[in-house]
Design a protein around this ligand. Structure first.
Ligand SMILES: [Zn+2]
Ligand SMILES: [Zn+2]
Length: 230
């Protein structure tokens, strides 16, 4: 506590989006986050009463739902960037509160939380996996266990930026494996951002092969797919 106090004096908490002193993400900036519609389509993120909207209904999914707190725009985008690339691990706690808020609002339940793993070499380079930080903080908030060692990234995957929907899915195929059997377990997959859900689907394939039951996804942000042909 003394150390924390000293650190607060040297490096006082300030909002990463607007700079206001006091917290890492202030009330005003939190209120400015554009909320992602719920329920929404697993594949494209558009408002939909079922897991897939009418335009995506022919695309198979292993996920019962994907929910996100907000749309991938400022100020949420800046907070995620700082958590991921800026070394701001302190953001995991306030951002996990947003995840908890979005999850509780769905009324769904799960047996275990699993963060999307990074490839080991990438995690070593970054020093941490931002999704694991979010998953652990969410686990404390919801009182649901979190497993960070069950799913693993079997291979490194090139960045998804600029790829079409089908290219993203091909890029992620067989990217994950599951180290334990999970008979009937309802798993909540946690990640920072979801675009076409290709990463979540690839995790879901590994979990299903390990015997998991109902699979759902929860992310901080949803980046909207530009067109349905993607
Ligand atoms: Zn702020
Ligand atoms: Zn859709």
């Amino acid at each position: 506590m003394i150390l924390n106090g000293a650190l607060d004096l040297l490096f006082p908490p300030h909002c990463v989006a607007c700079g206001a002193l006091g917290t890492w993400l202030c009330e005003g900036c939190t209120a400015a986050i554009v909320r992602q519609p719920s329920p929404s389509c697993v594949h494209c993120g558009r408002l939909s009463n079922s897991a897939r909207c009418r335009r995506c209904q022919d695309i198979p999914t292993r996920l019962a739902s994907v929910n996100s707190y907000g749309v991938y725009r400022q100020p949420l985008r800046k907070a995620i960037y700082d958590l991921k690339y800026g070394g701001m691990q302190v953001l995991a706690e306030p951002l996990a509160e947003l995840l908890a808020n979005a999850w509780v609002a769905t009324g769904y339940t799960c047996d275990i939380i699993m963060p999307v793993p990074l490839y080991k070499a990438r995690e070593r380079q970054r020093g941490y996996n931002q999704s694991a930080l979010l998953g652990r903080a969410l686990s404390r908030s919801l009182g649901v266990p979190c497993s960070c060692d069950c799913l693993e990234r079997a291979r490194n995957t090139p960045p998804q930026v600029g790829l079409s929907r089908s290219e993203r899915h091909a890029n992620m195929a067989d990217a994950f494996r599951c180290r334990h059997t999970l008979v009937g377990k309802r798993v909540l997959l946690v990640d920072d951002v979801c675009t076409t859900a290709a990463t979540l689907e690839a995790c879901a394939a590994a979990l299903q092969a390990a015997g998991a039951g109902e699979l759902r996804g929860l992310t901080l942000a949803r980046a909207l797919v530009r067109t349905h042909t993607q």
